[in-house]
Design a protein around this ligand. Structure first.
Ligand SMILES: [Zn+2]
Length: 339
Protein backbone atom coordinates (compact mmCIF):
# COMPACT_ATOMS: atom_id res chain seq x y z
CA UNK A 1 0.00 0.00 0.00
CA UNK A 2 2.66 2.43 1.08
CA UNK A 3 4.82 1.21 -1.81
CA UNK A 4 2.09 2.11 -4.31
CA UNK A 5 1.64 5.49 -2.70
CA UNK A 6 5.40 6.13 -2.87
CA UNK A 7 5.52 5.14 -6.52
CA UNK A 8 2.67 7.55 -7.36
CA UNK A 9 4.35 10.40 -5.48
CA UNK A 10 7.69 9.68 -7.12
CA UNK A 11 6.14 9.79 -10.61
CA UNK A 12 4.39 13.07 -9.90
CA UNK A 13 7.60 14.51 -8.51
CA UNK A 14 9.59 13.43 -11.59
CA UNK A 15 7.04 15.09 -13.88
CA UNK A 16 7.08 18.31 -11.91
CA UNK A 17 10.83 18.61 -11.64
CA UNK A 18 11.24 17.87 -15.34
CA UNK A 19 9.09 20.90 -16.18
CA UNK A 20 10.80 23.14 -13.65
CA UNK A 21 13.22 25.67 -15.15
CA UNK A 22 13.60 28.40 -12.57
CA UNK A 23 14.59 28.83 -8.95
CA UNK A 24 11.18 29.94 -7.70
CA UNK A 25 9.49 26.86 -9.12
CA UNK A 26 12.14 24.58 -7.65
CA UNK A 27 11.76 26.16 -4.26
CA UNK A 28 7.99 25.60 -4.40
CA UNK A 29 8.51 21.92 -5.26
CA UNK A 30 11.01 21.54 -2.43
CA UNK A 31 8.57 22.97 0.09
CA UNK A 32 5.66 20.92 -1.23
CA UNK A 33 7.53 17.60 -0.98
CA UNK A 34 10.14 18.07 1.74
CA UNK A 35 8.64 20.82 3.88
CA UNK A 36 7.65 20.32 7.51
CA UNK A 37 4.02 19.91 6.45
CA UNK A 38 4.96 18.50 3.03
CA UNK A 39 3.91 15.30 1.29
CA UNK A 40 6.80 13.18 2.60
CA UNK A 41 6.36 14.31 6.21
CA UNK A 42 2.66 13.56 6.26
CA UNK A 43 3.32 10.10 4.85
CA UNK A 44 5.81 9.46 7.66
CA UNK A 45 3.15 10.51 10.16
CA UNK A 46 0.57 8.16 8.63
CA UNK A 47 2.91 5.20 9.21
CA UNK A 48 2.05 5.08 12.92
CA UNK A 49 -1.42 3.76 12.13
CA UNK A 50 -0.02 0.70 10.26
CA UNK A 51 0.81 -2.78 11.55
CA UNK A 52 4.37 -3.47 12.62
CA UNK A 53 5.17 -5.46 9.45
CA UNK A 54 3.71 -2.77 7.16
CA UNK A 55 5.55 -0.13 9.13
CA UNK A 56 8.90 -1.83 8.44
CA UNK A 57 8.62 -2.11 4.66
CA UNK A 58 6.73 1.17 4.39
CA UNK A 59 9.44 2.99 6.32
CA UNK A 60 12.09 1.67 4.00
CA UNK A 61 10.12 2.72 0.90
CA UNK A 62 9.52 6.14 2.38
CA UNK A 63 13.18 6.66 3.22
CA UNK A 64 14.16 5.72 -0.33
CA UNK A 65 11.59 8.17 -1.69
CA UNK A 66 12.84 10.95 0.55
CA UNK A 67 16.44 10.32 -0.44
CA UNK A 68 15.53 10.33 -4.12
CA UNK A 69 13.64 13.63 -3.86
CA UNK A 70 16.40 15.31 -1.84
CA UNK A 71 19.11 14.20 -4.29
CA UNK A 72 17.13 15.26 -7.36
CA UNK A 73 16.35 18.67 -5.87
CA UNK A 74 20.06 19.21 -5.09
CA UNK A 75 21.07 18.32 -8.63
CA UNK A 76 18.40 20.58 -10.09
CA UNK A 77 19.57 23.45 -7.86
CA UNK A 78 23.13 23.27 -9.12
CA UNK A 79 21.90 22.89 -12.71
CA UNK A 80 19.78 26.06 -12.40
CA UNK A 81 22.62 28.00 -10.76
CA UNK A 82 24.88 27.29 -13.71
CA UNK A 83 22.54 28.46 -16.41
CA UNK A 84 21.27 31.55 -14.61
CA UNK A 85 21.00 34.43 -17.11
CA UNK A 86 22.70 37.81 -16.50
CA UNK A 87 19.35 39.58 -16.57
CA UNK A 88 17.97 37.55 -13.68
CA UNK A 89 21.13 37.64 -11.63
CA UNK A 90 22.17 40.85 -9.91
CA UNK A 91 25.72 41.12 -8.60
CA UNK A 92 26.36 44.56 -7.07
CA UNK A 93 30.11 43.99 -7.06
CA UNK A 94 30.30 43.91 -10.86
CA UNK A 95 31.03 47.09 -12.81
CA UNK A 96 28.00 48.73 -14.38
CA UNK A 97 26.92 48.63 -17.98
CA UNK A 98 28.05 51.53 -20.15
CA UNK A 99 25.40 54.19 -20.51
CA UNK A 100 25.09 56.42 -23.51
CA UNK A 101 26.03 59.66 -21.73
CA UNK A 102 28.42 61.17 -24.21
CA UNK A 103 31.84 62.66 -23.52
CA UNK A 104 32.60 65.15 -20.81
CA UNK A 105 30.23 67.39 -18.90
CA UNK A 106 30.65 70.91 -20.35
CA UNK A 107 32.04 72.18 -17.05
CA UNK A 108 34.55 69.35 -16.91
CA UNK A 109 35.51 69.97 -20.54
CA UNK A 110 36.09 73.69 -19.92
CA UNK A 111 37.93 73.02 -16.67
CA UNK A 112 40.20 70.58 -18.53
CA UNK A 113 40.82 73.14 -21.31
CA UNK A 114 41.71 75.84 -18.77
CA UNK A 115 44.11 73.51 -16.99
CA UNK A 116 45.63 72.43 -20.30
CA UNK A 117 46.19 76.01 -21.49
CA UNK A 118 47.91 77.13 -18.28
CA UNK A 119 50.02 74.01 -17.81
CA UNK A 120 51.19 74.50 -21.42
CA UNK A 121 52.33 77.98 -20.31
CA UNK A 122 54.35 76.42 -17.49
CA UNK A 123 51.89 76.76 -14.59
CA UNK A 124 51.77 74.00 -12.00
CA UNK A 125 48.57 72.89 -10.25
CA UNK A 126 47.82 73.35 -6.55
CA UNK A 127 44.82 72.24 -4.51
CA UNK A 128 43.38 73.32 -1.19
CA UNK A 129 40.57 72.24 1.15
CA UNK A 130 36.94 73.18 0.49
CA UNK A 131 36.31 73.48 4.23
CA UNK A 132 38.52 76.43 4.98
CA UNK A 133 39.51 78.52 7.95
CA UNK A 134 38.44 82.12 8.20
CA UNK A 135 42.11 83.08 8.30
CA UNK A 136 42.92 81.60 4.89
CA UNK A 137 39.68 82.60 3.21
CA UNK A 138 39.68 86.22 4.43
CA UNK A 139 42.23 87.43 6.96
CA UNK A 140 45.46 86.51 5.18
CA UNK A 141 43.96 87.74 1.92
CA UNK A 142 43.77 91.20 3.46
CA UNK A 143 40.03 91.29 4.17
CA UNK A 144 40.14 93.37 7.40
CA UNK A 145 38.40 91.93 10.47
CA UNK A 146 34.76 93.13 10.66
CA UNK A 147 35.25 95.02 7.45
CA UNK A 148 32.28 95.23 5.07
CA UNK A 149 34.53 93.68 2.42
CA UNK A 150 33.76 90.32 4.02
CA UNK A 151 30.14 90.87 3.09
CA UNK A 152 31.11 90.91 -0.57
CA UNK A 153 30.89 87.17 -0.25
CA UNK A 154 27.76 85.56 1.12
CA UNK A 155 29.64 83.09 3.19
CA UNK A 156 28.41 79.68 4.34
CA UNK A 157 29.86 79.41 7.85
CA UNK A 158 30.13 76.06 9.58
CA UNK A 159 29.26 75.27 13.19
CA UNK A 160 32.85 74.94 14.23
CA UNK A 161 34.35 78.27 15.15
CA UNK A 162 36.10 80.08 12.34
CA UNK A 163 35.45 77.47 9.66
CA UNK A 164 33.52 78.01 6.49
CA UNK A 165 33.03 76.64 3.00
CA UNK A 166 35.59 78.51 0.95
CA UNK A 167 34.04 81.36 -1.06
CA UNK A 168 36.87 81.44 -3.60
CA UNK A 169 40.00 79.48 -4.54
CA UNK A 170 42.31 82.30 -3.38
CA UNK A 171 43.10 80.65 0.01
CA UNK A 172 45.29 78.23 -1.99
CA UNK A 173 47.68 81.18 -2.58
CA UNK A 174 48.17 81.56 1.15
CA UNK A 175 48.52 77.85 1.86
CA UNK A 176 51.10 77.48 -0.92
CA UNK A 177 53.13 80.50 0.19
CA UNK A 178 53.16 79.15 3.75
CA UNK A 179 54.55 75.82 2.59
CA UNK A 180 56.97 76.86 -0.14
CA UNK A 181 59.44 79.66 -0.78
CA UNK A 182 59.02 81.87 -3.89
CA UNK A 183 58.98 81.95 -6.90
CA UNK A 184 55.45 80.66 -7.59
CA UNK A 185 53.65 79.84 -10.79
CA UNK A 186 50.53 77.74 -10.40
CA UNK A 187 46.81 77.55 -10.92
CA UNK A 188 44.34 76.29 -8.31
CA UNK A 189 41.15 74.77 -9.74
CA UNK A 190 38.25 73.78 -7.52
CA UNK A 191 34.76 74.14 -6.10
CA UNK A 192 33.61 77.20 -4.17
CA UNK A 193 30.47 77.92 -2.17
CA UNK A 194 28.35 80.97 -1.50
CA UNK A 195 24.96 81.57 0.03
CA UNK A 196 23.33 82.35 -3.31
CA UNK A 197 19.85 81.52 -4.47
CA UNK A 198 19.87 79.43 -7.61
CA UNK A 199 18.93 81.36 -10.72
CA UNK A 200 20.12 81.77 -14.31
CA UNK A 201 23.44 83.26 -13.25
CA UNK A 202 23.95 82.08 -9.64
CA UNK A 203 24.55 78.77 -7.95
CA UNK A 204 25.54 78.08 -4.33
CA UNK A 205 28.23 75.74 -5.67
CA UNK A 206 30.44 76.84 -8.52
CA UNK A 207 33.92 76.30 -9.90
CA UNK A 208 36.87 78.64 -10.01
CA UNK A 209 40.38 78.56 -11.32
CA UNK A 210 42.82 80.73 -9.43
CA UNK A 211 46.11 81.75 -11.01
CA UNK A 212 49.21 82.92 -9.17
CA UNK A 213 52.59 83.93 -10.50
CA UNK A 214 55.31 85.53 -8.36
CA UNK A 215 58.94 86.15 -9.22
CA UNK A 216 61.53 88.92 -9.01
CA UNK A 217 60.41 91.00 -11.98
CA UNK A 218 56.77 90.31 -12.68
CA UNK A 219 54.78 93.29 -13.90
CA UNK A 220 51.22 94.07 -14.92
CA UNK A 221 52.37 93.59 -18.54
CA UNK A 222 53.11 89.93 -17.75
CA UNK A 223 49.63 89.54 -16.28
CA UNK A 224 48.11 91.05 -19.40
CA UNK A 225 50.21 88.89 -21.69
CA UNK A 226 49.29 85.64 -19.89
CA UNK A 227 45.57 86.46 -19.78
CA UNK A 228 45.41 87.65 -23.41
CA UNK A 229 47.01 84.40 -24.48
CA UNK A 230 44.57 82.46 -22.32
CA UNK A 231 41.55 84.27 -23.82
CA UNK A 232 42.78 83.60 -27.35
CA UNK A 233 43.18 79.90 -26.64
CA UNK A 234 40.04 79.22 -24.61
CA UNK A 235 37.80 80.98 -27.14
CA UNK A 236 39.55 79.32 -30.06
CA UNK A 237 37.79 80.02 -33.32
CA UNK A 238 37.50 83.72 -32.63
CA UNK A 239 41.02 84.43 -33.88
CA UNK A 240 41.04 88.19 -33.44
CA UNK A 241 39.61 88.13 -29.93
CA UNK A 242 39.97 91.52 -28.25
CA UNK A 243 40.37 92.02 -24.52
CA UNK A 244 40.30 95.03 -22.24
CA UNK A 245 41.06 95.67 -18.60
CA UNK A 246 38.88 97.81 -16.35
CA UNK A 247 39.99 99.04 -12.92
CA UNK A 248 38.32 97.13 -10.10
CA UNK A 249 38.79 96.33 -6.43
CA UNK A 250 39.79 93.17 -4.59
CA UNK A 251 41.27 93.25 -1.08
CA UNK A 252 44.16 90.96 -2.05
CA UNK A 253 45.37 92.72 -5.21
CA UNK A 254 46.53 96.25 -5.87
CA UNK A 255 45.99 97.50 -8.50
CA UNK A 256 43.02 95.29 -9.40
CA UNK A 257 41.30 94.87 -12.72
CA UNK A 258 38.53 92.98 -14.44
CA UNK A 259 39.15 91.58 -17.85
CA UNK A 260 36.51 91.72 -20.59
CA UNK A 261 36.45 90.12 -23.99
CA UNK A 262 34.78 91.81 -26.92
CA UNK A 263 31.33 90.32 -27.63
CA UNK A 264 31.80 88.00 -30.57
CA UNK A 265 28.20 88.50 -31.73
CA UNK A 266 28.10 92.28 -32.09
CA UNK A 267 31.84 92.94 -32.22
CA UNK A 268 31.69 95.64 -29.57
CA UNK A 269 28.65 97.49 -30.88
CA UNK A 270 26.29 96.17 -28.19
CA UNK A 271 23.61 93.50 -28.47
CA UNK A 272 21.25 91.52 -26.25
CA UNK A 273 23.93 88.86 -25.52
CA UNK A 274 26.21 91.44 -23.94
CA UNK A 275 23.39 93.59 -22.46
CA UNK A 276 24.26 96.31 -24.96
CA UNK A 277 27.77 96.76 -23.56
CA UNK A 278 29.74 95.20 -26.42
CA UNK A 279 32.00 93.52 -23.86
CA UNK A 280 31.69 90.48 -21.59
CA UNK A 281 33.47 90.22 -18.24
CA UNK A 282 35.41 86.98 -17.91
CA UNK A 283 37.70 87.29 -14.88
CA UNK A 284 39.20 89.36 -12.09
CA UNK A 285 42.91 89.91 -11.59
CA UNK A 286 45.58 92.18 -10.18
CA UNK A 287 49.03 92.54 -8.70
CA UNK A 288 49.41 90.74 -5.37
CA UNK A 289 48.93 93.19 -2.52
CA UNK A 290 52.13 93.54 -0.40
CA UNK A 291 49.98 92.97 2.71
CA UNK A 292 49.21 89.43 1.49
CA UNK A 293 52.93 88.77 1.07
CA UNK A 294 53.56 90.01 4.59
CA UNK A 295 50.98 87.60 6.04
CA UNK A 296 52.93 84.77 4.39
CA UNK A 297 56.38 86.07 5.32
CA UNK A 298 57.33 86.70 1.69
CA UNK A 299 59.34 89.90 1.29
CA UNK A 300 57.31 92.28 -0.95
CA UNK A 301 60.43 94.32 -1.71
CA UNK A 302 62.01 91.31 -3.36
CA UNK A 303 59.02 89.54 -4.89
CA UNK A 304 56.18 90.78 -7.05
CA UNK A 305 53.50 88.99 -8.95
CA UNK A 306 49.92 88.71 -10.04
CA UNK A 307 46.84 86.71 -9.20
CA UNK A 308 43.70 86.09 -11.19
CA UNK A 309 40.49 84.17 -10.64
CA UNK A 310 37.88 83.05 -13.09
CA UNK A 311 34.50 81.37 -12.83
CA UNK A 312 34.44 78.16 -14.85
CA UNK A 313 30.64 78.30 -15.29
CA UNK A 314 30.93 81.81 -16.72
CA UNK A 315 33.62 80.80 -19.21
CA UNK A 316 31.61 77.73 -20.25
CA UNK A 317 28.47 79.83 -20.73
CA UNK A 318 30.35 82.27 -22.96
CA UNK A 319 32.19 79.57 -24.86
CA UNK A 320 29.11 77.49 -25.66
CA UNK A 321 26.47 80.23 -25.69
CA UNK A 322 24.59 78.83 -22.66
CA UNK A 323 22.21 81.35 -21.15
CA UNK A 324 21.18 79.59 -17.93
CA UNK A 325 23.62 78.26 -15.34
CA UNK A 326 21.04 75.82 -13.96
CA UNK A 327 21.46 73.68 -17.08
CA UNK A 328 24.87 72.59 -15.80
CA UNK A 329 23.37 70.93 -12.74
CA UNK A 330 20.10 69.45 -13.99
CA UNK A 331 21.64 66.40 -15.70
CA UNK A 332 19.23 66.72 -18.62
CA UNK A 333 20.54 64.36 -21.30
CA UNK A 334 19.12 66.56 -24.09
CA UNK A 335 21.54 69.25 -22.87
CA UNK A 336 24.50 67.01 -22.03
CA UNK A 337 24.39 65.17 -25.37
CA UNK A 338 25.31 68.41 -27.15
CA UNK A 339 28.86 68.36 -25.87
ZN1 LIG B 1 27.18 91.83 -28.07
Amino acid sequence: MIADECKKIKNNFIDEIKNCSEAKCLSDIKIRYLGRKGIVSSLFKSISSLTQEERKTGGRELNLLKEHIEKTVREKESELRQKVSPASFFDPTLTGEKTDIPGNHPLKAVMNSIIYIFTAMGFGIAYGPEIEENYYNFTALNFPENHPARDMHDTLYLKEKDTLLRTHTSPVQIRTMEKHAPPYKFIAPGKCYRRDTIDASHSPVFHQVEGFMVDRDISFADLKGVLDEFARRIFEGSQDIKTRFRPSFFPFTEPSAEMDIMCSICRGKGCSSCSGKGWLEILGAGMVDPEVFRYCKVDPDKWQGFAFGMGVERIAMLKYGISDMRLFFQNDLRFLRQF
